[in-house]
Write a protein that binds this ligand. Structure first.
Ligand code: NAD
Length: 508
């Protein structure tokens, strides 16, 4: 039982020590089904009291869990993966219900989440240390990776299953315990998945869930038992998490927002490019940190690209993601976010961008009270405009027409973010120049959304990441472990010593 019925809607419970318990919160936030605008639950906005209770339990659980042999910890992940596969469709439906993604998009995100669990199953090999014999005469040296203690994860709204799972399967298999604070907008999927961890045999208290907003986050950032913070969200908050967390002595990895540039060279395969760009800009309604949100067609590419892109995007079906109909794009997550995105389109138009496709004109009469916006293309945008410089996080593609690859690279250099960038070209030379020079950490060459899979780190640069070790892959393991170096020397018994070794005799 993960929620309690109160007057208005079911209130989410906390997971502490394997039990679903009530929060001490007195304030709550509504959770919506963005397709219909209905309230489907309430998130308690907890604070220090809830975090303290969960952190103490997690600390106790950590002391036992870290002593469980690593292969047994990995076996929990194998069972967890099997259970996720069995409940795959149900989890995807929960993502769609609370977030609004289409079902195929939700399924793909759950698949990505399960890949992190697969990666975690391999941690016994990946967590191995290093050793060297005779580093000095008769001295051997080795490093061993130890877990660090209670870790916390703070998640954004846009991938209710995938982003939390970037964090805790790795943290837990490395031997840590974990406190997850899901986004207060979409906590239900995390709660459903938590039951599978228990079913997989994870001891009580190793994985816990707390709920809330700023107060809850501040409690996590300052609680003395919490040793590490993984954060994914907007840049403004990521910077705050990094500075506050590190000032409180914690290890922090904080992934932030993005503006991802898509360069289209005149020699690109335009049919493929239109399809890929459409999926990149409007997939998940643009609510992706790796969404292609800024197209930079070079020279003649603009004329070959933009009219076809507008035509293709105009045909996209936007509607409820309730499983009865099969739209290409669902709603945005909330009314508040919809208003923000619409406001940014208005601002872009006022600043002089030409609205080549206007999602604000979407006929929403048949779409109940959901939070809908159609795909929008702002052509002839200029580098100084807000729609070029700022993250919009909605189905909005800005187009800046440039004369050369060098001009496109210059716009990238000037961008405060640095998550992803993509080039479409048939020229190895252009691709190489782009790959080497572009000012971002994740590069795609004729690949729509170059989001790395679980085996690679999510390598955002600049204001898209604060910290040293990125989320996922081998950097994820480094983040959730600390190394212990041991240097060993065993003396040879000397002839004068009284030491009687049963095997070794002193050399003559
Ligand atoms: P957000 O920053 O508003 O919220 C993220 C988390 O921070 C939530 O759990 C929220 O409760 C908490 N939070 C919000 N305001 C806070 C405050 N004032 N103090 C402390 N904590 C606070 O982000 P969002 O709107 O949920 O998610 C969208 C953002 O996440 C976008 O900017 C997107 O680019 C980014 N994102 C980045 C990545 C990446 O890997 N770089 C991945 C997914 C999403």
């Amino acid at each position: 039982m993960v929620a309690t019925k109160t007057g208005k809607a079911t209130v989410c419970k906390l997971l502490v020590d394997g039990e679903w318990v009530d929060s001490t919160a007195t304030e709550f936030q509504d959770i919506y089904n963005p397709s219909t605008g209905e309230i489907i639950g309430r998130t308690p906005l907890g604070g220090m009291a809830d975090v303290d209770r969960a952190a103490k339990v997690a600390q106790k659980a950590f002391l036992e869990w870290k002593e469980v042999p690593i292969v047994e910890r990995a076996r929990v992940m194998f069972r967890f993966k099997n259970l996720m596969e069995q409940r795959y469709e149900e989890i995807a439906q929960c993502v769609t219900r609370e977030h609004g993604k289409t079902l195929p998009e939700s399924r793909a995100s759950v698949q990505r989440a399960m890949e992190v669990v697969e990666f975690a199953c391999g941690i016994p090999s990946l967590m191995m240390g290093e050793s060297m014999e005779n580093i000095a005469r008769n001295v051997d040296c080795e490093t061993i990776r130890h877990p660090i203690g209670v870790c916390a994860g703070i998640a954004p709204f846009n991938f209710p299953a995938m982003v939390p799972l970037w964090m805790y399967p790795i943290a837990i298999t490395c031997g840590n315990s974990f406190l997850l604070k899901p986004s207060e907008k979409v906590p239900l999927t995390s709660m459903m998945i938590a039951d599978l961890l228990s079913e997989a045999g994870l001891p009580n208290g190793v994985f816990n869930i707390v709920h809330g907003g700023k107060d809850c986050v501040d409690a996590l950032l300052t609680h003395p038992l919490i040793k590490a913070i993984s954060f994914v969200g907007s840049t403004h908050i990521a910077k705050y998490i990094y500075t506050t967390g590190t000032a409180n002595g914690k290890r922090v990895q904080a992934a932030g927002g993005a503006k991802n540039h898509i360069i289209i060279m005149p020699d690109a395969d335009m049919q493929q490019t239109v399809q890929a760009l459409q999926a990149s800009a409007f997939g998940c309604a643009g609510e992706r940190c790796m969404a292609g949100s800024l197209a930079l067609p070079v020279g003649d590419a603009a004329e070959a690209l933009v009219p076809h892109l507008v035509e293709a995007a105009a045909q996209m079906k936007v509607g409820p993601t309730d499983g009865q109909t099969h739209p290409d794009m669902g709603p945005l997550v909330s009314k508040e976010h919809l208003d923000k995105v619409r406001g940014m389109i208005d601002k872009g138009e006022k600043e002089g961008a030409k609205v080549a496709l206007d999602g604000r004109k979407l006929d929403i009469s048949s779409k109940s009270n959901g939070f809908y916006l159609g795909p929008t293309i702002l052509d002839h945008a200029k580098p100084e405009m807000s729609v070029v410089r700022e993250e919009i996080f909605g189905p909005v593609l800005s187009v800046v027409r440039v004369d050369s690859l060098e001009d496109a690279l210059a716009i990238g250099r000037d961008c405060p973010y640095g998550n992803g960038a993509v080039i479409y070209t048939n020229s190895g030379r252009s691709a190489r120049e782009f790959k080497h020079h572009f000012n971002a950490g994740m590069i795609g060459i004729n690949v729509g959304v170059p989001a790395p899979m679980a085996w690679f780190p999510f390598t955002g640069w600049n204001a898209s990441f604060y910290g040293d070790l990125h989320i996922q892959g081998s950097e994820g393991i480094q983040f959730y472990t600390q190394q212990k170096m041991t240097m060993t020397r065993w003396f040879e018994p000397s002839k004068t010593s009284n030491f009687q070794d049963p095997i070794w005799k002193p050399k003559n």
